[in-house]
Design a protein around this ligand. Structure first.
Ligand code: SF4
Length: 165
């Protein structure tokens, strides 16, 4: 039987694509369980947007991912470089990947300015979280794709997926 597809942050699948050149791999049992239920589609929006690895850490300043997509907030490095265009381009390409593979759900890394689905850092570079979504998570949810994070895998496995995107 064909398994449903699941878009997954590449860093959660062990790919060393984070800003610091590291990954944040899921535990082996989590990975095994997900692979039994889904065909996993790895994606790193920041890499798709053309950013190098490693790269300076970035945060959304003046709003959340939706605000960045609307052009009323920007994604900046601590040095003040505006990387909004790369984040938005990467989010669009991540959405295209999801649509091409028929993903109606995504499992994305919590708290990332791209992938965070509940909280993001507040733009002060002081390790302070605020409610809100990253740029890619916002764009995916805007298009009907349910976004979960790595703390919500049990809920993902128990959920009824959206029927269509
Ligand atoms: Fe992981 Fe997403 Fe950051 Fe890429 S953009 S390193 S997938 S959290």
């Amino acid at each position: 039987m064909t398994k449903p597809t699941l878009l997954v942050s590449a860093c959660l699948l062990g790919q060393p694509v984070r800003y610091d050149g590291q990954s944040k791999p899921l535990s082996s049992p989590q990975w095994t369980t997900l692979r039994q239920r889904f065909d996993l589609v790895p994606v790193c929006p920041e890499c798709l947007g053309g950013l190098p690895t490693p790269r300076p850490a970035a945060e959304i300043v003046g709003g959340n991912g939706n605000d960045a997509l609307a052009g009323i907030a920007c994604v900046q490095t601590a040095e003040g470089d505006d990387v909004s265009a790369a984040f938005i381009s990467g989010a669009e390409l991540a959405l295209n990947t999801a649509l091409q593979h028929g993903c109606v759900q995504a499992l994305l890394k919590a708290n990332s300015p791209s992938c965070g689905n509940r909280q993001i850092y507040d733009g002060s570079f002081s390790s302070t979280l605020r409610d809100g979504q990253g740029v890619a998570a916002s764009l995916l949810e805007r298009h009907g794709i349910a976004v979960w994070n790595e703390e919500e895998i049990d809920r993902l496995l128990d959920s009824e997926p959206p029927q269509t995107v």
